[in-house]
Design a protein around this ligand. Structure first.
Ligand SMILES: [Zn+2]
Length: 221
């Protein structure tokens, strides 16, 4: 595949479940973010992450399920749009499952078995756990909206092979500071997009390309 080939805008938006009037809305967001201009049909592949972030910042993509809508409707400042289940940020069907398979493979290759998730919501954790059932990955989660204490945070960090800070989800700075790089010895990444697919893809990409201090984490185990 030629990675320099432009990305067709309609296909990009359709992959995110944005079709019809939602595709027009998505296109406006891309134009406002300077990713494309009126009349253009594609954008450069180097802008892909920026394009995803621009859409993610403005739109909450939920399927018809009341649970998914309830979770995302409280999402501050984002407009709720209805998308096919496969593109739902919460339950995301096969996209989520595929991304989680990739994450599990990357974790296994890197010797990472203990993931500490800082931030996120109970519904997202539950879905992650469901997708990880039977895999050799242990998950611990930290509620970003509840006061945590330093001692617990240090124990969490000592336990984890990888700390994943899920930044756009409800996450108080008093909580995230307890897991900051200068305190937490485990390898860590920040995920800047919402949804299971984005989470799993970010973890996989990190372990596949830039696995930080994970060797230290394994040596301690
Ligand atoms: Zn859903």
């Amino acid at each position: 595949m030629n990675t320099d080939a432009p990305i067709p805008i309609n296909g990009f938006l359709a992959d995110l479940g944005l079709i019809g009037s939602n595709a027009r809305l998505g296109r406006r967001i891309l134009e406002q973010a300077g990713i494309t201009r009126p009349g253009k049909i594609g954008f450069s592949a180097v802008k892909l992450e920026r394009a995803l972030a621009a859409i993610d910042k403005r739109l909450a993509r939920a399927c018809e399920r009341p649970d998914c809508r309830a979770i995302l409707s409280t999402d501050h400042g984002r407009r709720l749009v209805t998308v096919p289940r496969v593109a739902c940020e919460v339950c995301g069907g096969s996209n989520n499952a595929g991304a989680v398979r990739r994450m599990v493979a990357a974790c296994t290759d890197a010797g990472v078995h203990r993931l500490l998730v800082v931030g996120g919501t109970p519904a997202l954790w539950e879905e992650l756990r469901r997708l990880l059932a039977g895999d050799p990955i242990e998950l611990r989660t930290v509620d970003g909206t509840r006061a945590s204490n330093e001692r617990t945070a240090l124990q969490h960090c000592a336990w984890a092979d990888l700390v994943v800070v899920w930044a756009p989800t409800p996450l108080d700075h008093r909580v995230s500071n307890l897991y900051a790089a200068d305190r937490c010895v485990a390898d860590r990444i920040e995920v800047h997009r919402r949804g299971i697919e984005a989470f799993a893809t970010a973890v996989a990409a990190h372990l596949e390309t830039a696995p930080g201090q994970r060797l230290g984490a394994i040596a301690r185990a």
